[in-house]
Every structure is written in C-alpha cells, then in structure tokens.
Design a protein around this ligand. Structure first.
Ligand SMILES: Cc1cc2nc3c(=O)[nH]c(=O)nc-3n(C[C@H](O)[C@H](O)[C@H](O)COP(=O)(O)OP(=O)(O)OC[C@H]3O[C@@H](n4cnc5c(N)ncnc54)[C@H](O)[C@@H]3O)c2cc1C
Length: 426
C-alpha cells in the first residue's frame, strides 16, 4: 500500500489524474515563491512573466546586493510593517523569514547578516538569489512562460477558469496574481494586475509612492545639496503633532532630502502629502548634546575664535556647506565679530542647530519610489489563504496588495510570505 502511494507521488505531475492546474501571473519575488509553494503542494504550475527574464526588480534590490529578508524575530518584522500589519500575521507565521533563509541555504545560497539584522547573499549578488529561485522552480517542474502578458482572468459562476494572454485563453483551476506595485515600472510592475483585479470587482486602495525622497519648499536643501549627514535626528510634524522621530543618516539634494531616515519617514507621510498637506521636518544636527551642553560647546568655540567673524567660527561643528545655511537660518549677521554676539543671538544659533525646520511639500514620483503604498484592499482578501473574497480560486501575493513596510529586507519578506501562502493547498 505504502509502495503504491509512493509510486503515485513519484509519478510526474502531468501523469497524475485530477492535478490542479495553477497559473501564477508575475515572475517577481512573490510570483516565484507562489509557484514554488504551489508546485510543492502537488499542483501543475505555469508561471507567466511579461519580461524577458524573471526577477527584474529583485535584481536591483539592495543596490544590487539584495537585502533578501531580515533576521529579527517575527515581532520585529511585524513592527516594521507600515500598512495592514494584522493582515500579515497568518502568512508570516506560515512562511517566516527563518524559513526563507532556510530555503535559500538548503539550495546552496550562503547568506550573511549585517547591521540591523539585514540579510544578504554572502556573494553580495542579487543575481544569486534569482538563480537559486530559478533552480528550485526547475527542480519542481514549474513551466515558465516569458514575454507573455496576462491581460485578464476568466471567471465563470464566480470561479476563475483561466487567464487571457494576448486574447488567447489558457485554462486553469487557480490563478495567483503577483504582478507587483507601480513603482520602478521599467522592471515590469506596470499596474496591469491591479487593473485586472479592479475589472473583476476588487477595491483598490489609492496608490502612493513610498520609501521615496521628499521635496522641500525652502531653497536651504538645494544650497546644501550633496551633503550627507550621519548621526542626526529628524522629527516630522503634522501641524503641531509630532508624527515621526528617527536617528540616522540623511542627504540633501537639489530638490530636497533623501537617505535612510527620510525614506522611512516618507512611508508615514506620503498619503498626507498627496492630499495636499504640508509637513514640517525638524533636523537636530547635534542630537547627542542637550541644549545646555551644546550652548557650552558653542561658548568654547566662540572663545577660541573670539576675534574672528561669526561665519568663520563654526568650522569644527558643521560640514562646510551647512555653515552658511545655518547662519542664514539663525538670522545672525555672518560678518559680525564673535565678541559682539549676544546671548540672545547664541540662543538663535542653538535653535538653528537643534530645530532646523524645513517644509516638506511632496514626494518624488513612482520612478524613484522603492515601493508602492496602496493596492488591492485587504478587505477583499482572506488573510489565512490569500484567496479573493470576490472570485473563488483567485489569489493575490506581494506588493500589489495594500501592504508595505520600512527598509531592512521587510518588503521582500512580505512578498515571500504572501507568495508562499497563496501557493499552498489546504
Ligand atoms: C530600487 C529598489 C530596491 C529595493 N531593495 C529592496 C531590498 O533590498 N529589500 C527588500 O526587502 N525590498 C526591496 N525593494 C522592494 C522589493 O523589491 C519589492 O517589494 C518586491 O520586489 C515586490 O515583489 P512582487 O513580486 O510583489 O513584485 P515585483 O517584484 O515587482 O514582481 C512583479 C512581476 O510581475 C510582472 N508582471 C506585471 N504585470 C504582469 C502581467 N500583466 N503579465 C505578466 N507579468 C506581469 C512584472 O514584470 C514583475 O516581474 C526594493 C525595490 C526597489 C525598486
């Protein structure tokens, strides 16, 4: 009896009767994982990708090194999800970051963990992540169709029955849409999957660029363009309300601000900015010093430079390009001699160093956004299976769903986890 069962399992998938035919649309992170998991569940899987190769976006992740996941515990992963954290519980517990690391390592990809638990391939090559996933797809006999665009799904009596590829129908029992968001469209994520979902009755939460540089109203940023600041603290204010605070690194550009703390900040405010709100960004250039300690430090600098002009007295405290801007912001005449600077003026300098405030008036567009915020409404998806609540047999995975997270390998993990769950059979 056991022998009979084994021989049935070992038989090629196509020869087994009643094998479920699954079509996965989109050969990105979520789609590749959905295809692997679906094949593991014993289905006959076809993965359809409209690019000439798989994983074009994965290729550019982590500046070509691919921050493939994060090695923190599940609570940490959940705490780094910005939108619809609760929706992610089932998929993260079903296919965790540790399971992802295990899958890659078992298939020959060595990994390393860097600062902030960020996990990368030891080779520092994103292409090695793609090659490993392609190897697993081959071993699981997943059929890969490249250069084919899925333009719709077929639905009969509320159940999906196939997909349309350039008007040609391919029949199947289950469809997994994993077509990505709408950022970095040149990688293939052009929003066509969301249009298909919408046509078939699903609600789409408004999409905004996220993990994206921010634009600034004042010309101060432009004047400091190219300056990278480490160990600064930034705060965001919506009116008087503080809505974000972070310590780290940022960069000034010709249009505004970017860098790690700014990209994360953008995820918190992108919706408000696109609704026309102005948000204030407060930079503390000296977060390690209290006002009293910083004042003492300024006094020491002034003592050393007692006969110099004010504008020549801050060299040891700030990058060269920042000094004239901080002076302008403080309102103190840069040509004043240090020995004539009043206590009141010193207070203004202190304020400029601890509370340098810029007006954020927008974000850069989707072409510069690491991820898309928004997408298929989670209300239309069963979080325990990833199946649509509107069309039976239709599943969703990855960035096209209204879920997103901060940087650190979390967004790819959302794609791996939702992809894996969408592919699983009960
Ligand atoms: C510059 C950059 C760097 C990033 N770095 C990191 C990082 O280091 N770590 C991290 O966790 N996240 C990172 N991300 C985010 C991460 O890449 C995405 O969240 C993730 O790739 C989403 O996976 P996905 O499968 O949902 O979508 P995608 O990877 O975008 O895949 C969707 C696929 O579907 C295909 N497709 C779309 N429509 C159709 C259709 N109609 N028919 C057929 N095929 C279709 C597309 O061509 C594409 O290949 C980065 C993103 C960018 C842009």
């Amino acid at each position: 009896m056991i022998e009979m069962m084994n021989s049935a399992i070992n038989r090629p998938v196509e020869m087994r009767i009643n094998v479920k035919k699954v079509i996965v649309v989109g050969g990105g992170a979520a789609g590749m994982m959905a295809a692997i998991s679906s094949a593991e569940s014993g289905c006959k899987v076809t993965l359809i990708e409209h690019n000439e190769k798989l994983g074009k976006k994965v290729f550019i992740t982590g500046k070509g090194r691919c921050n493939v996941t994060n090695a923190g515990d599940i609570e940490d992963i959940l705490n780094n999800i910005v939108t619809n954290k609760k929706f992610m519980y089932s998929s993260l517990y079903t296919f965790s970051n540790y399971m992802m690391m295990d899958m890659l390592e078992k298939n020959g990809l060595k990994l390393k963990t860097e600062r902030g638990n960020r996990v990368f391939p030891e080779s520092d090559k994103s292409s090695d992540v793609i090659k490993t996933l392609e190897k697993i797809l081959r071993e699981k006999n997943v059929e890969v169709m490249l250069r084919k665009n899925v333009d719709n799904i077929l639905v009969q009596n509320g159940h999906v029955t196939g997909v349309s590829v350039g008007g040609k129908i391919i029949d199947c029992d289950k469809v997994i849409l994993a077509t990505g968001g709408i950022s970095y469209r040149s990688t293939g994520s052009d929003g066509s999957g969301m249009i298909i979902a919408k046509k078939n009755g699903h609600n789409i939460s408004e999409c905004y660029p996220a993990l994206v540089p921010l634009t600034v109203s004042e010309d101060y940023a432009e004047k400091m363009q190219g300056v990278s600041l480490k160990n600064i603290n930034v705060k965001l204010y919506d009116g008087k309300k503080e809505i974000y605070s972070a310590f780290g690194e940022m960069l000034f550009t010709h249009f505004g601000v970017t860098g790690p703390v700014i990209l994360s900040a953008s995820s918190i405010i992108t919706k408000r900015l696109h609704e026309g709100k102005k948000i204030l960004l407060e930079i503390d250039f000296k977060p390690a010093l209290t006002d009293e300690k910083l004042d003492a430090r300024i006094l020491r600098e002034f003592d050393k430079n007692i006969n110099r002009d004010f504008k020549n007295s801050l060299d040891s405290m700030l990058p060269k390009k920042v000094i004239p801007v901080v002076i302008e912001y403080s309102g103190i005449d840069g040509d004043k001699k240090i020995n004539t600077i009043s206590r009141e003026e010193r207070k203004k300098l202190l304020n400029a160093l601890k509370h340098f405030t810029l007006t954020i008036d927008g974000t850069r567009d989707f072409n510069e956004a690491i991820i898309t915020q928004g997408g298929i409404s989670v209300k239309d998806i069963n979080p325990g299976t990833m199946e649509s609540k509107i069309v039976n047999g239709l599943y969703f995975a990855g960035e096209m769903i209204d879920i997103d997270a901060f940087t650190g390998g979390y967004n790819l993990q959302l794609a791996w986890s939702t992809g894996y769950l969408a592919g699983m059979e009960e």
